[in-house]
Write a protein that binds this ligand. Sequence first.
Ligand code: ADP
Length: 781
Amino acid sequence: MRDFHKPIVDAIEDMNDSFIMLDSKWRYIYVNRNAEKLLKHKKEKLIGKNILAFPILRRSLFYSKAKEAVKTKKPISFENYSKLLSKWMEVRLYPLSDILSCYFTDISPRKRAEFRQEFISKINSTIALSLDYNKALRNAAKVINNYLADYCRIVILDENNQIKETIINHNNPKKIPLVEKLYKDVSESKYGLEQLLTKGKPEITSIIDDKFFEKYSEKPELVKIIKQLDPKSYMGVPLIAKGRIVGAITLSSTKPNREYSEDDLALVGGVASRLALALENMRLFEKVQQERERLEFGQSAGKIGTFEWNIENNKSTWTLAFSALFGNPPEANEGTIEKWLDMVHPDDKEMVKKEGEEAIKSGNRLNIKFRIIWPDKTMRYLSVKARIFRNRDNQPMRMVGVAIDITHRKKIENELRFLAEASKVLSSSLNYKATLNSVAKLAVPDMADWCAVDMFEKNGKTVRVTTAHNTPPGLAKVVKTARPKLYPIANQELLYSAMIVPIVHGKKAIGAITFANTKESKRVFNQDDLSIAEKIADRAALVIENTLLYQKSQQATKMREAFISIASHELKTPITSLKVYTQVLRQQAEKQGDENLSHYLFKMDQQVEKLNKLIKDLLDASRMQLGKLSFRKSYFDLDELVKEVVGAIQLTTNHIIIIKGKIGKVYGDKDRIGQVIINLLINAIKYSPEANKVIVNLMNQDDKAVVNIKDYGVGIDKENQQKIFERFYQVNGASNGINSGLGIGLYISTEIVKRHGGNIWVESAKGKGSTFSFAIPSRTN
Ligand code: ADP
């Protein structure tokens, strides 16, 4: 032992570092107090001894570095973690002739701080590097294992506080399944994890001993797994973001010398709060992302695309959805606007250009609808709404707009229009064949490229109502089942897509409508089209039903008219005979001077005449219905005719009939016009029982001959003034106390006047009498 100056020795003894001196033979020649502690031996024991007496040093970094320093005669310093001491040491070696001075400084606190720093920055970069939630957590677990643990897990809760994700890492990958097994047991969460997730308080078990397993006593399987994993130390921290527990981290060390301290817990706590915050941000980001995706999705689902056109440099940008609207593969998202203009339907191009130019020139907004042709040649409808932004000089700078696919809407509009038109057409005619033909024509091209209507006849034959085409293959089945058939893609040479709908009457298909699209248009029918087609078929069925009913009623009418015609004709002969016999009898009675008998026979003759007129009217009315009323027209003097008729009627009534005015010659059927005047005069007398005169007024008005017949009778209220000209119409039926006829007199009169190109009308007020008039052209070529 060399002699040292006392002050120096004192300083060495007092210093915080451990200090030793070795001679050239690696023997201790000096050991200070701290070195005693470090080496855990008293200096008396050490001085003079070779350091290699501690075999552990032979292979140590210290020994190799010391040799190097001696050899190079240059000081060396290094840092080393001493497993033996569980401490980080900084070692400085100073070779001085044959002496080696060694200083040992405990740098564990500094190292710990650095470690913390490194750990935190690693975690930070892990979090920062990735926006992928799951990936970030997996990397974080790796970092935790690198720095602090042998196995760990990160548990993430969802918004309902249910475990959403569990990330597991083990430094020995072979043991990961074992850890998974451990955490698969949900009941495990009753312990450590549950504490963390519900209480949100960190926990630590620095040394795992038998006591630790005691709380798992009722879970022997779990204990088995844990023992297989062999943790020596455990800690867990909750992940808390914005006051909410969003998950937890648990770490275990399997190394006996790696016991977790409160410091470690604080460190992990710090990491956990960073992680929680990052997770929260990621969650928010994910939400925003999802929203954006949803928006994108919504755009493509709602078929809305946006574009921006820089008018100044003619550069455009657009969204994927926008390009999808044009049937383009979603690739470029910028270029020129011309690319899109090229795809506008040739018929709409001019309009689109014009509207666009006008908007740029003077407007603020553009709102157009047009057709486009997709690369696959199919046609779509687009609606584009855009705004034009101008600079201070009012120069157009940008156009920003949205485009919406309105094909479906247009289709529905077209279909509704078609349906409305079809209904109109179908209800306008009772000729169903003609009607169906027009429906078929209406369907093309709005609804289909080709349409055919087939009717099935009783003998099993189908009759094509419309222009013939190939009989579609599914027709037979539709006939049999009376159910519609849709062929979205018929895959035929001629037909691209087709549907056949039955026209059902009762429960049977009485016909079918076939709609087809050709290869050129590539239009494909779907369920919507089918339901429209079915509606059309339903309407067609209704029309056919109406037609059939009408035909039936037509037939019934015809039969009735025929009956009346025959009956009245057959009645006419005996009545004529009856009239002749009555007159003969009356003449005889007058000759014999039997006034009484003569009077009754006169009355009888009047009744026979009435009967005769009734039968004649009936016959006329039925002839009119059948369109068989014949006219024999010629020039005749209307004034003469009126005189004749009035003379005859005057004989049968007490009313005085006064004729006023003159007309002259007219062209027409004298007998029929006479019939009209008789009808009007008889009515005038009949419906004015309290009055005593009827005035007949004759005049020419413009180029018309007008006859008025004015009575002072019961009159007709406004409400009935039109109806009385209808067949069989009588005011209040026949219950007005006046013995009415059949209600066909005015109907026949009207028909006769009409057939002369004239008209008939009434002016009347209830209780104030009526004036019936008719006018016929007075000069007819
Ligand atoms: P009817 O055989 O019942 O007279 P018409 O066709 O001649 O049949 O007349 C139809 C109805 O018009 C009559 O039932 C009556 O109610 C009304 N009517 C016709 N002429 C007159 C009139 N001059 N005054 C009042 N009502 C009349």
